[in-house]
Design a protein around this ligand. Structure first.
Ligand code: AMP
Length: 437
């Protein structure tokens, strides 16, 4: 398949050629014709599959005719984070470089009045986070001419609690408009949202539910908590990793890890929710330019990061939500390139990794790095462990009860004859049986 055959127009063809897009990815092949045919689309696509172009290219094509003297907002793309919004904006700008469309990105952390001025000058397509677009709506932004409405990474948006904003924005759109819903994962919440905002949608599913990208090699290294930072430094140093993205579960452990790696002479960038937007962008650019070879990030920051040919992702800690594992490792192996995802797992994460494996439907190989073998005497003794144990026990008891009903299992039960009360119960049962016989 080629972009020409999908009906993409010349100005866009020459722009994407410059970006090195030779042929469309699967999601693009399937979604572009549907969007051009004005259908509502519900697409589940993994991160890194080329989904931005899958909605961006046909959107630009549909909205290409501009009346410069009477510009109104005709396209809206909502995305969950500032970074992702900016990434989409940059992609859209490069696809539209031979067109006369005005595209703007409105995210928090930037001056609202400056964005208002841009709006007044005339904008065709807005890319925004849900909170910021609502602020503009409150200041009079008119969405009644919108022809195409896109919700990108809808699952993430719902996880972040943006349903309220989406419910407010939706009625402001005209009755006849096209909606494109893109989500990396497929959950009940997303399905409910799709029922609310889509009309007779076409479904595009390019991957197994929650599966990770095929080109990513995944491995788990078992290690004790207090040796994680040393192992991380060892992996980066001994394998000469030039560009590696490291994920922590919390802002605090990201901050701690920076200090630890500094001791090993590794200069790291750090991106998390407490950093300003300007700081995050500066850090990201330094990483992209190779000025820092390690970038430490939390999950919130992970969504918008698009770094060309990122070869390694390391989960210093597993995410608290298994779905975030898919998003994290999706930062590597993008658009068919090879990538590697390493997870450093301590004893506290042994159930978390099982949840991840259940979600992605595959077992991730577990290995031990020489010199970093976990201490076999360390056992989890925390409350969570006890809770998990009792939950597992409950399941076992249920199973045991079930098997008790089986005739051959029943025969084995008299072996529990230790306490007198149990003995009595067993004997009376026996007697009953004798009577009945
Ligand atoms: P996305 O899933 O939209 O974040 O895209 C992932 C990466 O793939 C980005 O760096 C895109 O520029 C790149 N990409 C998208 N479509 C293609 C294509 N058809 N050929 C090559 N690279 C692409």
């Amino acid at each position: 398949m080629s972009f020409e055959k999908l009906g993409v127009i010349k100005p866009i063809l020459s722009a994407i050629k410059e970006l090195g897009y030779e042929k469309p990815t699967t999601i693009q092949t399937r979604a572009i014709p549907l969007v051009l045919a004005k259908s509502d689309v519900f697409a589940t696509a993994q991160t890194g599959t080329g989904k931005t172009a899958a909605f961006g290219i046909p959107m630009l094509q549909r909205l290409r005719n501009v009346t410069p003297e009477a510009r109104v907002v005709r396209g809206v793309i909502i995305s969950p984070t500032r970074e992702l919004s900016i990434q989409i904006y940059e992609d859209m700008q490069s696809y539209a470089k031979n067109m006369s469309l005005n595209i703007a990105v409105f995210v928090g952390g930037k001056d609202l009045d400056t964005q208002q001025k841009i709006l007044k000058e005339g904008v065709d397509i807005i890319i925004a986070t849900p909170g910021r677009i609502m602020e503009h709506v409150e200041k009079g932004l008119n969405l009644s001419h919108v022809e195409i409405f896109v919700l990108d990474e809808a699952d993430r948006m719902l996880d972040m609690g943006f349903m309220k904003e989406i419910r407010k924005i939706h009625p402001l759109l005209p009755k006849r408009h096209q909606t494109l819903l893109f989500s990396a994962t497929y959950s009940d919440k997303v399905r409910k949202l799709s029922k609310l905002i889509l009309t007779k949608p076409e479904f595009v599913e390019t991957s197994k539910k929650n599966s990770t990208v095929d080109t990513i090699n995944q491995v788990v290294y078992l290690v004790d908590t207090d040796k994680k930072a040393a192992l991380l430094a060892y992996i980066i140093g001994s394998r000469n990793f030039r560009q590696v993205l490291v994920f922590t579960r919390t802002k605090a452990s990201a901050d701690e890890l920076v200090l630890e790696l500094k001791k090993d002479g590794l200069k790291c960038g750090i991106i998390h929710g407490d950093k300003t937007q300007a700081n995050r962008l500066k850090t990201l650019n330094e990483f992209k330019e190779g000025k820092t070879k390690v970038l430490i990030a939390t999950d919130i920051a992970s969504r918008g990061l698009d770094i060309e040919e990122l070869p390694f992702v390391i989960n210093y800690e597993l995410p608290s939500i298994p779905e975030d594992y898919v998003h994290r490792v999706g930062r590597t192996g993008r658009a068919g390139r090879d990538g590697m995802a390493i997870s450093l797992i301590d004893i506290y994460e042994k159930y978390d990794i099982k949840d991840v494996e259940r979600l992605i439907g595959m077992k991730i190989p577990q290995e031990v790095v020489e010199g970093f073998e976990p201490d076999p005497t360390i056992r989890r003794r925390d409350q969570e462990e006890l809770k998990l144990k009792s939950e597992h026990k409950k399941v076992e008891v249920k199973r045991a009860k079930k098997s008790y009903k089986k005739p051959d299992a029943a025969k084995k039960t008299p072996s529990v004859k230790k306490t007198p009360s149990v003995k009595k119960a067993v004997t009376s049962k026996k007697r009953k049986t004798t009577k009945r016989d």
